[in-house]
Design a protein around this ligand. Structure first.
Ligand code: NOJ
Ligand code: NOJ
Length: 679
């Protein structure tokens, strides 16, 4: 199945003089049973030997710089070679895990467009579909598709849209689609039935990540003249996920590693991106976007509170999970998945080249240097195997392939932006990161062509390649990638053929290859709101997406883009709907929910089944505050009451007294606040 061409690897970094006569990667290629080639694992011994030889000769001649140069060239060639071999394998094996025809999952009840996390059915059982894994994998596929159109990949993307439209309607232990809560369910059976076992739920990164993946494809449709298709077939699914993001972003949930309930940096940043990019696409499709544009800056505001300025890293989990020290690949994944060069090296959006993200890269990578035996004795300026977080005990706590690739990807991203802007800025915050690699680096802006700039570019290129080399060293010799790498032996362990591992390889190496995915409007979304962060949550109404039907003529336009998608709408002018925040103080016990119901359609027209749930995200024992924001038709005369619902169903109790009443003003952009106490 040769669906994809192996990308050309950039050769421009090898100085001509460096060409060596020995090729340490003289692989023996053999076709194995599954048609994949295998190579002999002797390459490392060989390359190390060649390297030692080269060093010895050079130091006798007293030319230490050339030793470095030689070492870097050798590293680059080794990495080039491995990438060239691994790329078609990673493509093939990634697609093997997608239904219905993927080679590892076919005839096993996996519908089209469903990503199985790993074919492994025991130790660990990963034969499920996780919304996060699927979304990240499809985000990568959509970017690859935008780079290089193929019909097969197009079919995969359409399948993904259809599978997710259906999945959104599947009721599950996290809830249903009615109030959106079911969208926070982390995983499903591969046939899209609910998974009823105990699990860390909800996980609130799933909906924004899925929105981001679907938006990538919807943008392609718009740019290629198929806007009506984006509108009718893709937007309904995107919209549910965006509404979820705008409604539930300030409620705690489990982190991406499914272990700690709280607020997770990755989840918050993914939510920010989804809201911004959703507004960007929604504006082009003529959809209401104000909920997204109003909430997005507040999410970005909250995102800043994860930063530990004193130690220069992102505390990945707050409001829970503090028993971990917070140094976590969570944050490195955030920087690569929110990469957008239009934001330059912006720190608020945690761009890969921002001073914060680079300082964080160092702190997170360093946290793994001494804890894994396989990293022992590796110099501070060299790449090591990277795990999830140092306190991890899952399979004894090990390095992960996807985290190691992510560490490389962040650096490739940074290099792309530095080269594009022709300079590298070093601040006090990022100085320790740079000093590890260029000991004489100083705070300031170093222009392309300066000695410091050149030294940094070569050192960081080699450092980034080092992470790929580390992964290559521990990969199976036939190119297969597991989830983890044994911390003592270096053996690939835990879930075999983890789909996300292949995706992480492909996205990191695409960046190395110079491919920058289309942006998400980050450059227009870096500003923080004035004053304190406000944590309002906007209630959404959720609708089961119609079964997508794709016309057969969805081909690329000859003169694409026929329509540019750039502007991110801001604020609001003359809105038909006015945002009203209902704040109700009501002491409740576990399992009880406060809802608001009233005479206008937005408040359910007095139907308790359509009452709008308030959020308890600001509830404390000292201040039992429930609140929710929702758009109501300007000029409406509203009557309403709060109800208390116990354990979901039967028990509805109404507030006493007369109906509460107020008039919604005419079109205004100011949020109207109702402050009430249960009576
Ligand atoms: C526990 C692990 O730590 C977590 O990350 C994983 O998702 C679950 N087990 C399921 O494998
Ligand atoms: C465990 C990881 O912690 C989680 O992020 C992932 O979604 C599942 N495994 C499935 O790959």
């Amino acid at each position: 199945m040769a669906l994809f061409a192996v990308p050309n690897i950039i050769q421009d970094l090898i100085p001509a003089a460096a060409s060596e006569s020995i090729n340490p990667w003289t692989w023996n290629l053999n076709l194995n049973a599954s048609g994949l080639y295998e190579y002999l694992p002797t390459m490392h011994a060989l390359s190390k030997f060649a390297l030692l030889g080269a060093c010895a000769v050079q130091s006798v001649m007293g030319l230490p710089e050339s030793v470095e140069r030689r070492e870097a060239n050798l590293l680059k060639r080794n990495v080039d070679d491995w990438i060239n071999r691994e790329t078609p394998i990673a493509w093939e094996k990634l697609l093997c895990n997608i239904g219905p025809d993927g080679c590892a999952v076919r005839n096993q009840g996996v519908p089209a467009g469903v990503v199985v996390a790993s074919p492994s059915r025991s130790d660990p059982d990963y034969f499920y579909t996780w919304t996060r894994d699927a979304a990240l994998v499809y985000k990568g596929l959509a970017d690859a598709f935008r780079r290089n159109y193929t019909e097969d990949l197009h079919t995969q993307l359409k399948n993904f849209v259809s599978s997710q439209a259906k999945l959104q309607g599947v009721g599950n232990p996290a809830g249903g689609l009615n109030d959106g809560q079911g969208l926070g369910e982390p995983k499903f059976m591969v046939d899209l039935k609910e998974f009823t076992g105990e699990w860390g739920r909800p996980q609130r990164d799933g909906p924004p990540l899925r929105a981001i993946a679907l938006i990538r494809y919807a943008k392609w449709l718009v740019e290629n003249g198929h806007k009506a298709v984006a509108n009718a077939q893709v937007w309904p699914t995107i919209e549910n996920d965006l509404k979820y993001s705008a409604q539930y972003w300030n409620q705690t949930g489990f982190d991406l590693w499914e272990e700690v309930p709280g607020s997770s940096f990755f989840t918050i940043a993914s939510t920010h991106r989804a809201l911004v990019e959703g507004a960007q696409l929604g504006a082009v499709l003529g959809k209401p976007t104000r909920a997204y544009t109003a909430v997005a800056p507040q999410v970005l505001c909250f995102q800043q509170s994860f930063w530990n300025a004193r130690e220069g890293f992102v505390v990945s989990n707050i409001n829970g999970g503090e028993w971990r020290r917070g140094r976590d690949a969570n944050s490195i994944l955030t920087s690569i998945h929110n990469f957008d060069p239009s934001a330059g090296c912006d720190a608020n959006t945690f761009q890969p080249c921002s001073d914060r993200a680079l300082s964080n890269h160092k702190v997170v990578v360093d946290s793994f240097r001494s804890i894994y035996n396989i990293n022992r004795g590796i110099a501070q300026n060299k790449a090591v195997a990277v795990g999830r977080y140092s306190e991890d005990v899952f399979y004894n706590g090990n390095p992960w392939f996807l985290a190691t690739f992510a560490a490389a990807e962040q650096l490739y991203d940074a290099l792309l932006v530095w080269k594009a802007q022709g300079s590298i800025a070093i601040t006090q915050t990022s100085l320790p990161f740079f000093r590890d690699h260029v000991s004489g680096a100083t705070v300031g802006t170093h222009a392309a062509g300066s000695a410091t700039y050149n030294q940094i570019v070569s050192a960081i290129t080699a450092y980034a390649d080092g992470f790929i080399e580390v992964a290559s060293k521990y990969a199976h010799s036939n190119g297969a990638l597991n989830e983890q790498i044994d911390r003592n032996t270096g053996q690939p362990i835990a879930a075999p053929d983890l789909t996300w591992s292949y995706s992480a390889f492909l996205t990191a190496t695409a960046r190395r290859d110079g491919y920058i995915p289309t942006g998400w409007g980050a450059g227009q979304a870096t500003a923080l709101p004035a004053g304190q962060c406000q944590k309002f949550e906007v209630a959404g109404n959720y609708n089961l997406p119609p079964t997508p039907v794709f016309p057969s003529n969805l081909t690329p336009a000859a003169n694409a883009p026929v329509e540019q998608i750039t502007a991110v709408p801001t604020g609001c002018t003359n809105p038909e709907k006015v945002f009203v925040t209902f704040n109700e103080r009501a002491s409740t016990s576990w399992g009880q929910v406060i809802k608001v119901v009233g005479n206008v359609p937005e408040l359910g027209s007095w139907d308790v089944n359509k009452a709008v749930p308030l959020s308890a995200s600001k509830y404390t024992s000292g201040d039992p505050l429930w609140s929710i924001t929702l758009p109501i038709q300007a000029g409406s005369s509203v009557q309403y009451k709060y109800i208390r619902i116990t354990n979901g169903v039967a028990g509805v109790s109404w507030e006493g007294g007369d109906n509460r009443a107020f008039s919604v003003p005419g079109a205004t952009c100011d949020i109207q606040n109702r402050w009430d106490n249960w009576r």
